[in-house]
Design a protein around this ligand. Structure first.
Ligand code: MN
Length: 503
């Protein structure tokens, strides 16, 4: 993946000097064993590094400041093996700018019943050491993930691995740059938003460019590179008749390749992690970028259509979270419905721009007319998304804050073939059911554009919302509309008041 950060998280163990050097040596040895064990367990996406045992306010503050400055450090994992008086942590946690997870574990899984003495009790006291830490985290209103259980429990490893993925996604967003070609689709509301608020809250910046800047790159592409890329297309996809060399539509394919190469050059020069386009501003481009967008998304770039920079950044972050996991992630749009009495289905698609990472089979490369945009017939990959559990996520700007809305869905085989639909598509059922899910989504103000993923889970997005300090509205198998409507009303008050509750 392009620009994937090099990451590590630091295991930091709290203790105090009351016990003398002997027990502290055990604390350090146990911490190293835990880090080693967790790294060896299947699932962690990158290293967990044991940092140190901390026993003084000065040392705690120094590690927190060091973490802020360390580009690789995606976050901290805190554990109080013994008792660590929590006021020692105020200075450090006040300045910590990286996310942290609180691992509530114990080195020994089982109590050695016949041998247990007060030395054992004093060494293995996370049961109350972590409560002292939890009080301070609650008192300071700090965002964090709490992971509970023995460190060799596969479920604990899974929770930690999920959080680490999100910590890397967050790390990736800090300082990330997204390019917008043109502005928003005219008169559209949900794709608008406050870019200053987004940069302050999420750490990424969004900058606009005239489409002419992109056109200049496209025009500068060497013909030999276009030829080579067309050959790559032929190897990789089922190319429709007439598109091959000498075919009547080969020129359309060459133009699509030229656009892809121009876009890549532009994004590489600016070190962008994603981009938006809009069909209302294509001056000088012969086609709406379709194939190019699909392929760039497959390489890890974020994308939003019609100027939708919020979804673009979300797609990028979700691709980083999902890195290395099975199942793809794509820009998506709720397009049309099958409202059958036996069960309603959503057909998700876009004009062109769906990522091939979600395809069930080899995509077909085709050129068809496109009524919208008034340009030449664009090339696109046509495929159906594979069946399986997935989710849709949307970030909206409520004016004073952001809300993340997530719906868990189940992608199904389309009930019938779609021989005349010339775009990539996914067909799904919503959890808990169509009426509840759509009622909840629309009540919450969720967009028609989403980031769709098989690999990113509700847990990932919950961890992200916690780190970012934004509201999460989860629509899943347990959602009841009346309860969700109350949650939205209460959250309105909570998110208005919560900043004032911190001190
Ligand atoms: Mn759209």
């Amino acid at each position: 993946m392009k620009h994937l950060p090099k990451s590590e998280v630091w295991l930091v163990t709290g203790a105090q000097e009351l016990y003398g050097p002997g027990p502290l040596k055990h604390v350090a040895d146990h911490s190293k064993a835990i880090a080693k064990g967790l790294n060896a367990a299947p699932g962690l996406p990158y290293p967990l590094v044991f940092k140190s045992v901390l026993t003084t306010p000065e040392a705690i503050r120094a590690v927190c400041l060091e973490a802020n400055q360390a580009p690789r450090c995606a976050g901290l994992v805190l554990w109080m093996h013994t008792f660590s008086p929590s006021r020692m942590w105020i200075g450090g946690l006040s300045v910590l700018r990286k996310p942290f997870a609180h691992l509530h574990t114990q080195f020994n899984r089982d109590l050695p019943w016949p041998e247990i003495d007060m030395d054992f009790m004093n060494l293995n006291q996370a049961a109350h050491g972590d409560r002292e830490a939890g009080f301070l985290h609650a008192r300071m209103r700090l965002p964090r993930k709490i992971i509970v259980g023995h460190w060799q429990d596969p479920e604990v490893v899974e929770r930690l691995a999920a959080w680490m993925r999100v910590a890397r996604g967050w790390q990736d967003l800090q300082g990330a740059r997204f390019a917008r070609f043109g502005d928003n689709m005219r008169r559209v509301g949900v794709t608008e938003g406050d870019k200053v608020a987004a940069e302050t809250r999420f750490g990424y910046s969004v900058d606009g460019f005239g489409v002419g800047d992109l056109v200049a790159e496209v025009k500068g592409v060497a013909e030999s590179k276009v030829t080579a890329l067309c050959a790559e297309y032929t190897d990789r996809y089922a190319v429709a008749p007439g598109l091959g060399r000498g075919g009547p539509r080969h020129d359309s394919l060459r133009e699509a390749a030229r656009i892809e190469l121009g876009l890549r050059a532009f994004l590489t020069k600016g070190a962008f992690k994603g981009f938006t386009t809009t069909f209302e501003d294509l001056h000088g481009l012969r086609q709406l970028p379709g194939l190019a967008v699909q392929r760039l998304m497959a390489d890890g770039y974020g994308f939003g259509a019609e100027g939708d920079w919020k979804t673009c950044a979300l797609v990028r972050m979700m691709k980083v979270i999902a890195e290395g996991l099975p199942g793809g992630t794509s820009f998506m749009e709720d397009y049309t419905y099958h409202l059958h009495p036996s069960g309603s289905l959503v057909l998700g698609a876009h004009m062109l721009e769906i990522c091939e990472s979600i395809a069930a089979a080899k995509p077909s490369l085709e050129v068809h007319p496109l009524g919208i945009g008034g340009r030449e017939d664009p090339a696109r990959l046509v495929f159906t998304a594979r069946a399986g559990p997935a989710l849709n996520a949307s970030i909206i700007d409520l004016g004073t804050r952001f809300r993340l809305i997530v719906n868990e869905v189940d992608v199904v085989e389309p009930p019938k073939p779609l021989p005349k639909l010339p775009v990539a598509r996914a067909v799904w059922t919503c959890r808990p059911d169509f009426k509840t899910a759509c009622g909840a989504w629309i009540r919450a103000g969720g967009a028609h554009h989403t980031a769709f993923s098989y690999a990113v889970t509700a847990e990932h997005l919950r961890d992200f919302a916690e780190i970012a300090g934004i509201e999460l509205v989860l629509i899943d198998r347990d959602t009841r509309l009346a309860e969700l409507e109350k949650e939205l009303r209460w959250n309105e008050a909570y998110y208005h008041l919560a900043p004032g509750a911190r001190s």
